[in-house]
Design a protein around this ligand. Sequence first.
Ligand code: SAH
Length: 371
Amino acid sequence: MRREGIRLRKNGRTVQKEMNDQNRGELTDIKSLPYPALEQWILENGEKKFRAKQLYQWMHEKHVDSLDAMGNIPGSLKEKIRRNCTFTVLEKVTCQVSAQDGTRKYLFRLEDGNMVESVLMPYKHGNSVCISSQAGCRMGCRFCASTLDGLVRNLTPAEMLEQVYRISADTGERVSNVVIMGTGEPLDNFENLLVFLTMLTDENGLNISQRNVTVSTCGIIPKIYALAEKKLQITLAVSLHASSQEKRRKLMPVAEAYEIHDLIQACRDYFAETGRRITFEYSLAAGVNDQAQDADELAQLIRGLPCHINLIPINPVKERDFAQPPQKAVQDFQKRLEKYRINVTIRREMGRDIDGACGQLRKRFAERQDA
Ligand code: SAH
């Protein structure tokens, strides 16, 4: 019926496209359904309950890339899925492997042609995957490549999961940690993020421990409170990058909406609610936020808050003129903070030899396509 409707109204390209989008909206995004919702879909479609378990396993445990590969699913059910659902699979476009540390940067194509990038970082304690939560970003941080062309759209839960699944399938190795720190602002895609987190940590799926998941935000305060209410055991990482409202505003437009002291208060409340230490990300830019006075001010700002600071020597982006401080300045900054008994690490620069900063790979690819 639905398909006929589209054929009948097919008059002109724009209309056709609108219809397709509408049509896609009516289809069920089956890979974005958490287990109970999948079970409901199965029952509503006149199938036996155990089929939900089988389907969930094929999608979220075995990570098959097509319906055809689902051995014990009858053809009639596959047909129902084909007719009524979308079945999201990301296509690997490129994978760059760092000769230095084995970091792998993937560029994936979404079904509508948009690109997202994801990174695999092999650590001694296991494989960590960094995923994107949006195609593009609208937060406008001055030093970040991901935001240069604005937000295109939110990613669905399936598109976030697929980044992890394709990487796991590509390497044949288990992924033990997931960080939502790629392109996009996860709290700007809040509902999909929550579904994604539920499914990522579901024992019927990858079964990743919540403690091994980090969500990084530029600091959208109401959403930090909304997340706190969920009482998850994930780590919340907050991109601070400055120790005063004045400096933060210059680096991060989001600070216009949310004042730095209110943000720190939200972090204190988040800790009170969840018992989870906050991670602060602080990207160091030479002469901008890397002085001793900045460290002192930062220590003052977060006083008494159980947290961890991750210093990131800024990754220069060609469209922006920020420079990395010399190594000694980074170490001095760390030592200065440690004097206040703050837990500080310097982020190891993974995969420097393969398209540095986040968003650069996606952007470079887009530029090549345009040329
Ligand atoms: N939107 C989220 C997550 C994406 S960015 C957030 O803002 O936290 C992940 C981290 O990398 C953030 O701390 C971000 O500020 C930082 N980042 C982005 N571009 C960078 C660059 N060129 N150099 C150093 N850090 C960068």
